[in-house]
Design a protein around this ligand. Sequence first.
Ligand code: GLC
Ligand code: CA
Length: 572
Amino acid sequence: MMGDYESRGAFRSSSFYLRSKRAKILFDMELKYFQSRVVYQIYPRSFCDSNGDGIGDIPGIISKLDYLHQLGVGIIWLSPVYATENHDFGYDVTDYKAINPEYGTMEDMDNLIAEAMKRGIRIVMDLVVNHTSDKHQWFLESKKPESKYHNYYYWRKGRKNNTRPPNNWTSNFGGPAWKFDKDVGEWYLHLFAEGQPDLDWHNPEVMEEVEDILRFWLNRGVYGFRCDVINEIWKETLDDGKHQPFGFLVGKEHYLSKNGNHEILRRLYDDVFSKYDCMTVGECGYVNYESANRFTDHELDMVFSFDHMYLDRRFAPVFKKKYDPAKMKQVLVGWQKNLDWNTLFFENHDQIRSLGRYTSLKYKDLGAKMLATVLMTLRGTPFIYQGEEFGMVDYPMFTPDQYVDIVDKYVYKTAKKLIRIEKVARRLVHNMNRDNARIPVQWNSSVSAGFSSSKSTWLPVHPNYKECNAAKADADPKSILNYYRAIIKMRNADPILIAGSFKEIAAPKQILAFERAFNGESEKVFINLSEKEVELGFNLASYGQKILLSNYEDASLTEKATLRPYEAIILK
Ligand code: GLC
Ligand code: CA
């Protein structure tokens, strides 16, 4: 366990901070570590393969720590590395205290924690406790009605003489949320895949088990948890849900962000989180300002909200609609104004890539640098998803035999059944394809993009890897990667960007403009979220004298009253 003193020691230990006058200010402010650092998400299966089996692993991650250090990140969020059945690649845990042998051993994990720490990087794990795997020992035991584990899950008799599910809920991944087990003669609840039975948090023993797991990892030196679908764990009732368009998430009003959910998290906080120097971030779908504020008040440190990821969606992730930059501004500003400390992110392992989604690929580099500027200058903790930092883009189009992800397969099957047009089915999968962000990271232009020494990798390598890879980006001073490095370096050392207040500056609807102020000093940020040149209606020079950073090299303040496509400027 790391005490408060030690953690602040770590904060100070980087030589930069010791030399800097600003260090003292930050130190005196007692900011938490995660508030002054950038997080990098790793999807271990796709990050780096050290032994040539085509699957990423922990030694592979260790081999890239210097790269991450150079990028300037202070925290790694690891998608699950626990033992798993791979129904959902780690989001179905079979043993919370064991490492997936495909990824390495417990010794490798301890090594990772230690090696990262040497570089000033802390490891955050994924905590998946809405459900376990159907091959978890608890679930296997739970099939015996007399076992205490029977009450770890939602086992129920069905309706109509046990021939129909106990209620009308649908799973997040589609289809009914209940599965009948012949041997048990009962149904079990799964808000996700069938292989992911939901734990029953009404049972106090479940709470004890989870607290034990948390302590196990925190005592090993882990810095905290990203808590998977954490605002769904408390099912208030098992009553029927009301009608939803396309039957998507029927029942959600009975389990999203309920009071009992807050009580559980408050308890985890009191019993465990508050006793450690750690960070927690909860994945909270459909969360509003009010419950986000509650979730971050002595429950979790931060929440991932997804309003900005629904901007180009209708009803469900498979249905796309046109993206409107003005709406992005509204959403971002809304969260900045209504929550004291936000998570800042555009990508993760469940989403399609941000380039081409929130920007036009016509301006690939400018767009990527613009998004980087948003992430690094708003108030909150920035999260980068692997490959985002050098501009990885969507995989062209998977053929159905290439789908690996359980959701992709389900969507394809369902779409084929309902619509019967092959092209449309593929398009619907393509709209939300989760395999897409999980293709191997493109490290260089050698075999399998340097991800693996093997030609055959668990998901295909993007055909653009010779053009788009970390080594090439590293060598080009004007690359997206080098912009990320520069802006992270700037943020890491800038109390205004880290701790400053947020105030919106009035500007046209596609222009995200705001002031960050701290200790009597301020910086102003102007970002054109759109691909069109926009007239500002004022001269930028009226807001500052000096450009600290811009994604356009020739940006100047002389008579500047327009912003070019995706132009982003930080002014002092
Ligand atoms: C979260 C994860 C996702 C997973 C699901 C079920 O949304 O990010 O990858 O499939 O939870 O655990
Ligand atoms: Ca491997």
